[in-house]
Design a protein around this ligand. Sequence first.
Ligand code: GUN
Length: 297
Amino acid sequence: MSQAKIIDGNAVAADVRAAVAARVAALKASGAPVPGLAVVLVGEDPASQVYVRNKNKRAAEAGIASFEHHLPADTSEADLLALVERLNLDPAVHGILVQLPLPEQIDAQKVLDSIHPSKDVDGFHPFNVGRLATGGAALVPCTPLGCLLLAKRELGSLAGKRAIVVGRSNIVGKPMAQLLLRESATVTVAHSRTQDLPGECRRADILVAAVGRPEMIRGDWIKPGALVLDVGINRVPAAEPGKTRLVGDVAFAEAVTVAGAITPVPGGIGPMTIAMLLRNVLEACCRIHDLPFEDVL
Ligand code: GUN
């Protein structure tokens, strides 16, 4: 039985953050503006509060100015749109992130559409979605961008590789497919209506799992030697009563005996997301100020 390489997402994310911090320091030293990130949180969702706290902490460590806006759960759509408009016009802010999910009285797409595309560090605005699809310069969603970085580090060129993306969300699945296509991979997007999902997965040199179903993808669905990137973060009951643990969308213990390389959960894709967010803030700042942007790593 073989044993896959376990990709250390924490280590790669730390490298990305260090590279961003070095660029930010160089920008400051040259007299250029300090990159700024505004994070907007509406309501008290505990998971969102943890994410937002981490984003602010990591931004500060990289020398990025962070501006946190915490609004009450009963905030109206009009008030949130007004805040986004202020941030669109604020020259100290180069990236705007409105944490999802939003309370039900707010139309999330309307809010995402109101963020200026040049400050859309989540890459969710239709302008950036369209640019990614048509091959132009775009701000790209952080999680798929992190997956792409790991894939290129593992495999070098992705040209001609067969890739499958399981999941078709706007946040991960669809942009992931576009990024893989941009790298000349042969891409399949699978979802809940796909027939013979195990068979489709078994053909793939690169498997990206982003469905949000604990351990759905089994070891015998994986092509021997394939690269497996597990985006799932699912909380399930632990063996000890009353405790929980995190698992991915891939049955790790099985997959690790078949794959060539695999990301664990936690410690795989998760830490890459915030690292790529900081990279996107740096890119947005450079583009807004017409400064050269050299990609990290
Ligand atoms: N909620 C969960 N993931 C994300 C993300 O990547 N961006 C935003 N804005 N909200 C999220």
